[in-house]
Design a protein around this ligand. Structure first.
Ligand code: TYD
Length: 216
């Protein structure tokens, strides 16, 4: 079992249902005796939550959007994620940088190389390595089904109000990130029943040694 810090991100297009599984994962880690920090992006600190509010509701161009989500991420890493990992906690983050590549990169069509440069600047650690989640749970769902799930859900923000083609591109963005780093990504079939998805999430965490196997 891992006794050092563990960083797990949860990704997927809006409507894929990832948020409902984060709590179950947190409960499973706590039952295994781990201290869990549940957080989200954009957000997770007072400054980053202010930035979240702007990014989700204020009109801006995509470079501004990208710079803002990375500024929020920098603060979040410095104030919350790195200290938690240094303590040996489990960090469960509702979205991280893959969302920037998917939404700003593929969804908005923003320059992938510029995003890679920002990722390098923001996530480089003092030892020269790039901070990334140890594992990314990608809740993959047909954008058409996700749109149906979202339709009745809530007042849409700047992303949720985008057309289907936007989410098809975002989905492709996640697929591109997953194929560039297949070891980090765990592909979750989010179209299945809630209980089946939950079992699959826990199984993925167990098979990578992050959770003890008897908690199936
Ligand atoms: P989301 O995580 O879906 O939260 P909620 O469930 O409260 O709606 O909302 C965050 C939105 O921000 C989502 O539509 C994706 C978008 N986003 C980006 O565009 N870029 C990013 O880098 C991140 C982290 C999120």
């Amino acid at each position: 079992m891992h006794s050092t810090g563990v960083f797990i991100s949860f990704e997927g297009i809006d409507g894929a249902g990832k948020s409902s599984h984060i709590q179950a994962v947190a409960d499973a880690f706590r039952a295994a005796g781990r201290t869990v920090v549940q957080t989200r992006e954009p957000g997770g600190t007072p400054l980053a939550e202010k930035i979240r509010d702007m990014v989700l509701h204020d009109t801006m161009d995509t470079l501004s959007e990208a710079l803002l989500v990375f500024a929020a991420r920098r603060d979040h890493l410095n104030q919350v994620i790195e200290p938690a990992l240094a303590r040996g906690d489990v960090v469960l983050c509702d979205r991280f940088t893959d969302a920037t590549f998917a939404y700003q990169g593929r969804g908005r069509g923003f320059d992938w190389q510029v995003l890679s440069q920002l990722e390098l600047w923001v996530q480089s650690m003092p030892n020269g390595q790039l901070r990334q989640p140890h594992m990314t749970l990608w809740f993959a769902l047909d954008p058409q089904i996700a749109a149906q799930r979202l339709a009745s859900a809530r007042v849409p923000d700047r992303f949720e109000s985008q057309p289907l083609t936007f989410f098809q591109q975002v989905h492709q963005g996640y697929a591109d990130r997953a194929s560039a780093d297949p070891k980090r990504f765990a592909h979750i079939q989010a179209a299945d029943e809630l209980e089946v998805v939950r079992a699959s999430v826990l199984h993925q965490l167990q098979s990578r040694g992050y959770l003890p196997a008897h908690r199936a």
